[in-house]
Design a binder for this molecule. Sequence first.
Ligand code: THU
Length: 153
Amino acid sequence: MTKLTLEEKQELIRMALKARESAYVPYSDFMVGAALRAEDGRVFTGCNVENAAFTPTSCAERTALFKAVSEGVTKFTDIAVVGSRRGEINQQITSPCGVCRQALFEFGGPELNVIMAKTPDDFMERSMDELLPFGFGPSNVAGNQAVEDEKED
Ligand code: THU
């Protein structure tokens, strides 16, 4: 697996920043954007989408993930995440919540590179293995032939 160049990482961050502009956040006013890069180089973006009933809220990372998977893309190498309150320039790192870590682990595995950015010039990176050590994934579901078949496709 080839690692992204600095320029490619910065482009991914710019795409996450652009996606953040669509955040639907009337309840928290906290706008998040994500850009998920597939193994084949395609990028799927997402924003957080809140809901009056709160529970149905989707984080930006899962919005991007589900867009990709619903388009038949299931293997990923990198994700860029940006988040900050409306009207603020990114002053803080936003790291994926626990639910998103689990959702991403399903498809990105422990190797997924997570880029947490303030700006294209100010970011940190961690592997999913660092964010979700001993993650529970498809291979842990013993005897699940469907999972094995999926891998062979
Ligand atoms: N949020 C994300 O979209 N991604 C994260 O990783 C952290 C939290 C959203 C959920 C909610 O809409 C808002 O940020 C405040 O929690």
